[in-house]
Design a binder for this molecule. Structure first.
Ligand code: 5CA
Length: 438
């Protein structure tokens, strides 16, 4: 992509209404534009990152055995009347009436709808276990939308729903999502800690939140320090037998504020290992058994022919919130530092003297070679001064900067800069291209 043909409205000034660094940087880097409180337009750079994150989430869901579908954003109020949540949900729900005065709502979550889909088709235990997910926009009329995409009103969520014949099997489904979440967040360069959590309006009695530690986090959390460095188990696990891995991570104390028990914390965790910090909730998983299947009559016949309500769980990832969380975890004074896996571009190609025949031709060659090798290149071919080009590249956080200027070219050299470390090396253009495409 040539920057002169792209749409990257970077801001020079720091927006005054943004109080946390990820929100400020997303606005300054031209990733999002606020359209109403908690409602954002995703500009090209932000949209690119959103798609990358969505794809990682999708791949890890599929690896764990979940199947993708897509449910609508608008739902019938009558479905929610069946579960009893239509009145309970209160003012967070955006209620809408169509021209025929049918009550609709903009979905804040999809337990009712997926249960309705399930009961329409599934009659027998033979179709189980089943886990269906979608990645779809949600709306919650939050009292205090803030921190940019971190607490929006309209936000992108991955939500998965598992169906099992009994509690033992449902716990296996829960474990698969538990491990999939650790792998998902690790692929984005994040250290996520699973913590016992309150179930709120979703319900049930077993629930974990996945928390990224960050000073600007909205929740207070308490845990054993070792959990932060425990890492993700990776894809090569026995997906049918995950209890040991889950036990390892749930055996040490970790709780969000609502579930915190100070006496237990002090009794179970030695002083030096106690961590009390702020955290960002990037995922939340629930096991709630028959809470929806019973009132909505989603039943399956077991091997004995007897019909019983299916056991369910739901599993959410805050896809749009993750962008804020990643920036909170990875930035410096100059801007964003994208982990390679979610970066909107792999390489920023900086032409220090656009219009100079040698620079233009070397840049054009590099652009073509990198693009051919499958790299996403943002080529700064604008007339901006070198300082401004460097500042933009640092601000938008592209992992590599390839800098080509007249002096260097005369000496047979270009400069390669790694954004994360700031390390710069001079080398021939061929060597730099080899390095970037290795
Ligand atoms: N139905 C369940 C799981 S599918 C559910 O809705 N869970 S949730 O309420 O915990 O939301 C799932 C995830 O969505 C949260 O962990 C969080 O990362 C994200 N999320 C929730 N509310 C917002 C919001 N207002 N803005 C951005 N992300 C949000």
């Amino acid at each position: 992509m040539r920057l002169s043909r792209y749409f990257l409205p970077v801001l020079k000034e720091t927006p005054s209404d943004a109080t946390i660094v990820s929100h400020r940087l997303m606005l300054r880097a031209g990733m999002i534009k606020q359209e109403a409180a908690g409602i954002y337009a995703w500009l090209p750079l932000g949209f690119q990152v959103l798609k990358k994150i969505e794809q990682i989430v999708r791949e890890e869901q599929v690896r764990a055995g979940a199947v993708e579908l897509l449910m609508p954003t608008l739902q019938l109020a009558d479905l929610w009347r069946e579960s009893g949540r239509y009145d309970d949900y209160g003012q967070e729900m955006l209620r809408i009436a169509d021209r025929k005065k049918t009550d609709l709502l903009y979905g804040p979550t999809n337990e009712e709808m997926i249960t309705d889909i399930f009961r329409a088709y599934v009659r027998s235990y033979k179709a189980l276990p089943l886990n269906l997910f979608h990645i779809q926009w949600k709306f919650r009329d939050e009292v205090r939308p803030r921190f940019g995409v971190m607490r929006g009103r309209e936000f992108l969520m991955k939500d998965a729903y598992s169906f099992d014949i009994d509690e033992a099997s449902a716990r296996k489904a829960y474990n698969r999502m538990f491990i999939a979440y650790l792998n998902t967040f690790a692929r984005m360069g994040l250290k996520a800690v699973p913590m016992r959590a309150d179930t709120g309006p979703i319900g049930g009695d077993l629930s974990h939140e996945f928390i990224i530690l960050a000073e600007t986090g909205e929740s207070q959390v308490f845990c054993h320090k070792d959990l932060v460095e425990m890492g993700a188990p990776g894809a090569n696990v026995d997906w049918d037998n995950l209890q040991g891995l889950v036990d390892q991570r749930t055996g040490l104390y970790a709780a969000t504020e609502e579930m915190h028990d100070q006496a237990r914390f002090e009794a179970e965790v030695p002083d030096a290992s106690r961590l009390s910090a702020r955290g960002i909730e990037v995922g939340h998983i629930f096991y709630f058994g028959e809470k929806y299947s019973k009132p909505m009559k989603a039943v399956v016949a077991g091997p004995d022919g007897v019909e019983k309500p299916v056991h369910m769980g739901s599993y959410g990832v805050g896809v749009s919130r993750l962008i804020g969380a990643i920036i909170e975890a990875s930035h410096d004074d100059n801007g964003i530092i994208w982990p390679d896996s979610v970066a909107p571009f792999d390489v920023q190609l900086i032409n220090l003297k656009t219009g100079d025949a040698a620079c233009d031709s070397a840049c054009q060659g590099a652009y073509e070679a990198l693009t051919k090798a499958g790299k996403a290149v943002l080529y700064d071919d604008t007339d901006d001064r070198p300082g401004a080009k460097f500042a933009t590249a640092d601000l938008i956080g592209t992992p590599w900067q390839l800098v080509i200027g007249p002096k260097g070219l005369a000496a047979g050299e270009v400069e390669l800069k790694r954004r994360a470390t700031g390390e710069k090396t001079s080398q021939s253009l061929d060597a730099a291209l080899n390095r970037l495409t290795a």
